[in-house]
Design a protein around this ligand. Structure first.
Ligand code: SF4
Length: 504
C-alpha cells in the first residue's frame, strides 16, 4: 500500500512517421502511468512549426467523446511528449506546481527544445550558477532543458549536447524530448537510475518512449528495449539512431521494483509482479518462526498483494482478503501533499473485522518509511480483535534519504534511520517487524547487486555529490542536528560540501 512517498514523474513520448496526430497515444501513455504522479500533468505536441502545450493540475482527465475533437485541435502534431508529475523539487503551492508542470521548454536565440523528465538532479546549484543569471526560480527539468539547448546551440549536434549534459549533470534523469527539427529523442543518465523503454506500433510507423511498459501496452505497442544507462536514442524520418554516450555502473532504483512500478510493468524480462511474488516466498523462507506461528496472511493493497501470494505459496497459510480499497478514493497516500496525506491516511483501505478477529496475522507491505500509516493499520487490526500482528516488509529497511526522485529527502523522516527492526516494532505496535534481507531482495529481482541503486538501504549511493551529502548529514543527524529542508535543496550545505577545502 505504501504510506508513503512520491516519485518525481512519469514520461511518455511518441512520433508518428506518417505525420498522423500523435496526441491520443501520448494521452493513453500517461493515463496508464498516472500512478507515477498525481499532482499535475502536461502535454506538448509539435506540428512541424510550433509547440502546442497544455498543462493542468491533478490527474490526467477523462476525455468525453464530445470533447475529443477539441483536444485534437488543441494539441495537433505528429510528435508529442507528456508528463505526470509529483514535486520532489521546489515549492508545493498550487501556483508553483502548475508553473513547474512539464513538459519543460527552452528557447535560446530562436532555437527551441522541449523535454519531459523523470528523476531528480542533485547538483542543481551548480547548474543554476552555470545557466542562469537572473536569480529566478526554475525547476530542475527547466534547468536540464536549458542545459541541453545551450550545449546544442554550441555544438549543433544533439549527441554531443546530451553527452555534455551527462558529464555535467549529476542525478537521475530519464528524458523524452522534441527538437525544433521534429526529432523525438530519449536518454537516461549514465547510471540509468529511472526506467525508460522504447516500443513501436504494429504498423511500424509510430515509435514511443515510456517510463514503464504499461504505457506501451495500453497503446497496443510492442516493447523494443529498455534504454541502457547513458544511452541516447533519436527517432526521425531517417530512422532510429542509438548511441551509448557514457558507460558507468548501472544503478537502477531498487524501490521502483518494490513499490513504484505497476505490477504488470517489466524492466527487463521479468514482470514486476513475478519479482514481488518471489519477495513473498523469500520473506517466508527467511522467517520460519513467524510463518510457523501465524494463522493468516493479509496484504495491504496493492503493492503487498503479489508478495502475499508468494508467502501463501511458500507457507500454505490462508491469504485472507481482509483489506478492501475504497474504490473511488484513488489517491496513493504517498503521492499527495503532506496535509492531504494525513487527511486521507485512514480512508483508502477498509479492513474486515470478521476475517482478522482472534487471528495471528502476518501483514505484507512493501516498505516502512515514516511508520505512521503502518502504525494506524496495526491499531486498526488490534481494535478489530487481531491477536498478533507481524509485519513482513518486502523492501529492506530504509536507512537513508533518496537523492534521485523519491521524496524521502531527509534522515529525520525515516523511522529506519535510527531504529532497529525491534525498536520499530515497538514504535508502531507490531509483535515483530521482519524486512526482506538485501541479498534476498537482490536475488529475487534478477538484477546483479552492482546493477541496482540500493542507496537508501545501504548508504552507498551511485553518484559522488549525493554520497558526500549523505555522509555529512548522517553524521550531523546522529549528533542531533536538525534538517530543515530536502538535503539536495540545502544549498548552504552543498556550498560547504563542495568548497575546495571540503571536497578535496
Ligand atoms: S536511493 Fe533508494 S529510492 Fe532512491 S534511487 Fe536509490 S534505491 Fe531508489
Amino acid at each position: 500500500m505504501g504510506e508513503h512517498l512520491k516519485i518525481a514523474c512519469g514520461v511518455f513520448g511518441a512520433i508518428h512517421l506518417n505525420r498522423g496526430n500523435v496526441f491520443p497515444y501520448v494521452y493513453w501513455g500517461l493515463r496508464a502511468q498516472n500512478h507515477r504522479g498525481h499532482q499535475s500533468h502536461g502535454f506538448l505536441t509539435f506540428d512541424g512549426s510550433k509547440f502546442h502545450i497544455y498543462k493542468a493540475l491533478d490527474l490526467v482527465p477523462k476525455i468525453r467523446p464530445s470533447a475529443i475533437n477539441e483536444w485534437l485541435e488543441r494539441l495537433p502534431g505528429h510528435v508529442g511528449v507528456g508528463n505526470v508529475r509529483y514535486t520532489t523539487f521546489g515549492e508545493t503551492d498550487e501556483k508553483s506546481i502548475l508553473k513547474d508542470t512539464q513538459p519543460a521548454t527552452a528557447c535560446i536565440k530562436g532555437a527551441k527544445l522541449a523535454i519531459s523528465f523523470n528523476g531528480n538532479i542533485v547538483n542543481t546549484l551548480q547548474l543554476k550558477k552555470e545557466l542562469t543569471k537572473d536569480g529566478r526560480r526554475r525547476s530542475d527539468a527547466k534547468l536540464l532543458c536549458i542545459k541541453i539547448l545551450a550545449e546544442f546551440s554550441r555544438s549543433k549536434d544533439l549527441f554531443s549536447a546530451v553527452e555534455a549534459c551527462m558529464r555535467d549533470v549529476e542525478g537521475a534523469y530519464s528524458v523524452a524530448g522534441i527538437t525544433a527539427n521534429g526529432e523525438l529523442f530519449a536518454f537516461k543518465d549514465p547510471h540509468g537510475i529511472r526506467p525508460l523503454c522504447m516500443g513501436h506500433s504494429e504498423s511500424m510507423d509510430i515509435y514511443a518512449f515510456s517510463s514503464e511498459t504499461v504505457g506501451l501496452d495500453i497503446n497496443g505497442f510492442t516493447r523494443d528495449f529498455e534504454l541502457e544507462p547513458g544511452e541516447l536514442v533519436v527517432i526521425s524520418k531517417e530512422g532510429v539512431k542509438r548511441k551509448r554516450l557514457m558507460k558507468c555502473r548501472k544503478a537502477f532504483c531498487a524501490f521502483e521494483i518494490a513499490y513504484f512500478a505497476r505490477p504488470d510493468s517489466r524492466f527487463d524480462e521479468k514482470h514486476v509482479y513475478e519479482i514481488r511474488e518471489e519477495f513473498g516466498r523469500n520473506l517466508a523462507r527467511e522467517n520460519p518462526d513467524i510463518a510457523g506461528d501465524a494463522d493468516i496472511i493479509v496484504s495491504l493493497p496493492e503493492t503487498g498483494d503479489d508478495a502475499a501470494f508468494g508467502v501463501y505459496e511458500e507457507t500454505g497459510l490462508r491469504w485472507e482478503r481482509a483489506t478492501r480499497r475504497h474504490r473511488y478514493v484513488t489517491e496513493r497516500a504517498f503521492i499527495m501533499l503532506s496535509r492531504e496525506r494525513y487527511a486521507t491516511i485512514d480512508k483508502k483501505v477498509n479492513i474486515l473485522a470478521s476475517k482478522v478477529r482472534d487471528k495471528r496475522v502476518i501483514v505484507i507491505d512493501d516498505s516502512i518509511v515514516r511508520g505512521d500509516t503502518t502504525k494506524i493499520t496495526i491499531e486498526k487490526l488490534r481494535r478489530m480483535g487481531a491477536k498478533k500482528v507481524y509485519m513482513f516488509i518486502t523492501f529492506p529497511r530504509i536507512i537513508g534519504p533518496c537523492f534521485y526522485g523519491i521524496d524521502m529527502a531527509t534522515y529525520s523522516q525515516l523511522i529506519g534511520a535510527k531504529n532497529t527492526p525491534e525498536e520499530i516494532a515497538k514504535i508502531i505496535g507490531a509483535d515483530a517487524v521482519r524486512y526482506q534481507s538485501i541479498e534476498g531482495f537482490v536475488n529475487a529481482t534478477g538484477f546483479r547487486r552492482d546493477e541496482l541503486c540500493l542507496g537508501c538501504v545501504t548508504g552507498e549511493y551511485p553518484t559522488t555529490l549525493a554520497q558526500k551529502i549523505a555522509d555529512t548529514m548522517k553524521k550531523r543527524f546522529l549528533e542531533g542536528r536538525e534538517e530543515t529542508r530536502r538535503l539536495y535543496e540545502d544549498y548552504a550545505l552543498i556550498e560547504e560540501i563542495t568548497s575546495s577545502k571540503n571536497s578535496s
